[in-house]
Design a binder for this molecule. Structure first.
Ligand code: PEP
Length: 253
């Protein structure tokens, strides 16, 4: 039985005041029953990790980061390492978000190395994969998602799964208001699970695969009701407490 997760990716948004209000509002909406059945994660920007982690410590919410550097320490100005994230109270880290792939040069290989670095340091990676609109139109969606996963398998020998999570985030659905239909999302999640079976039956059965891309309270239940969708990675809607709570409620089985 895979416990669903709903993770909020705040991207480069927020300040301490906003984080304080958001965390306390979300916490008020999280009943014990809801928090028991759904794992809830927030991923604020680096500078808010420590203060947000302190706010989360009396709540069921867990803390994750949005990225990490592959090195442990040293002359890498502006970068943040896995051990630093652990020291701030992070349990999870997002790797290979499409914005990092498109804007900051995170190649498939680098995403694989980041996944390994995170796992070796004791963080749970949430590995993002997904095709662009152009790739979907060309009919190469399956090749792209498989290639992105293969790079992670080859850098980690796959042994990060089933602890690590995969997030399927079609690039054309992120922040655009366009959402993959339930059938489109389920098709790719099933493909990802099939690829995970190359690693092991346990990886295929137990790895949680999140869907991300304009998830809203209105579409969450239908998406999360699909057999291979185990919750969501939420951008914009995670900045609105009531929307985030409604999305979490939709993940409750
Ligand atoms: C994301 O950034 O991972 C994301 C899914 O964003 P949004 O929900 O805003 O599309």
């Amino acid at each position: 039985m895979r416990r669903p997760m709903v993770a909020g990716n705040w991207k480069m948004n927020g300040n301490r005041e906003m984080a304080g209000n958001l965390i306390s509002e979300i916490d008020r909406g999280l009943s014990v029953e809801l928090a028991t059945s759904v794992e809830v994660l927030v991923c604020p920007p680096y500078v808010l990790l420590e203060s947000t982690g302190a706010l989360c410590s009396d709540t069921p919410m867990k803390l994750g980061a949005q990225n990490l550097d592959i090195h442990e320490s040293g002359a890498f100005t502006g970068e943040i390492s896995g051990p630093m994230l652990l020291d701030c109270g992070c349990e999870y880290v997002i790797v290979g978000h499409s914005e990092r792939r498109a804007l900051f040069g995170d190649t498939d290989e680098l995403v694989g190395i980041k996944t390994r670095a995170a796992f070796e340091k004791g963080l749970v990676p949430i590995v993002c994969v997904g095709e662009t609109q152009e790739e979907r139109e060309k009919g190469v969606m399956a090749n792209v998602v498989s290639r992105q996963l293969e790079a992670v398998f080859s850098e980690t020998q796959g042994n990060v799964f089933p602890k690590a999570l995969v997030a399927y985030e079609p690039v054309w659905a992120i922040g655009t208001g366009l959402t993959a239909s339930e059938a489109q999302a389920q098709e790719v999640h099933a493909l990802i699970r099939e690829r995970l079976s190359q690693v092991s039956a346990e990886a295929a059965d137990s790895t949680r695969i999140l869907y991300g891309g304009s998830v809203k309270p209105e579409n969450a239940e239908g998406l999360f009701g699909q057999p291979d969708i185990d919750g969501g990675l939420i951008g914009g809607a995670s900045l609105h407490a009531q929307d985030f709570i409604d999305i979490i409620s939709a993940a409750k089985s």
